[in-house]
Design a protein around this ligand. Structure first.
Ligand code: FE
Ligand code: FE
Length: 167
């Protein structure tokens, strides 16, 4: 189902399309996090990525749960947006030697990923409610909450680093 084809006729179709998009994104993030764990030097950052990898597996399960609630087969549709964010993250980290600078880059890349997920879950929750599917909205809200908490933790780490550098 291409975004510009005419397969998407209703809000329900669009909801399913976006569910497939975030399903693809979550699976891609699951495959990317081990590399970020390997690159991170700061123990707190490394542990944060490890925790989020576990959470991401849970996000995939919850998205599958929403497919099931909605009565459609779980299927991914490629998401060039997350591909681009992760590709850029790879390119930048490959260009950095300094471990401190690399950690800063990893935090920034991870926040870009979290913000992408947050915007998708925010939209999906709004559409689920509009479609009268508060059951789906409730499951998706659990993922959104964990993405937001992760983003906040990354912000804290970024700010702590700035304070350390200023000290
Ligand atoms: Fe996620
Ligand atoms: Fe996430």
């Amino acid at each position: 189902m291409g975004f510009f084809s005419k397969d998407i006729k209703t809000l329900d179709d669009l909801f399913i399309h976006m569910l497939r998009d975030i399903y693809y994104a979550e699976k891609k993030i699951e495959r990317s996090l081990p590399k970020m764990i390997g690159l991170a030097t700061d123990p707190q950052l490394k542990a944060g990525f490890e925790k989020h990898l576990e959470q991401t597996k849970g996000h995939i399960d919850r998205v599958e749960q929403v497919f099931e609630l909605h009565g459609v087969k779980a299927k991914a549709v490629s998401c060039p947006a997350i591909d681009g964010i992760l590709e850029e993250a790879d390119e930048v980290s490959a260009d950095i030697d300094d471990r401190e600078v690399l950690d800063a880059a990893l935090i920034a890349s991870a926040q870009a990923v979290e913000h992408y997920e947050m915007t998708r879950y925010g939209t999906l929750i709004a559409w689920a409610k509009q479609l009268g599917r508060s059951d789906c909205a409730n499951v998706l809200a659990k993922n959104l909450k964990e993405e937001q908490a992760t983003d906040r933790k990354l912000s804290e780490m970024a700010e702590n680093r700035i304070n350390l550098l200023a000290a």
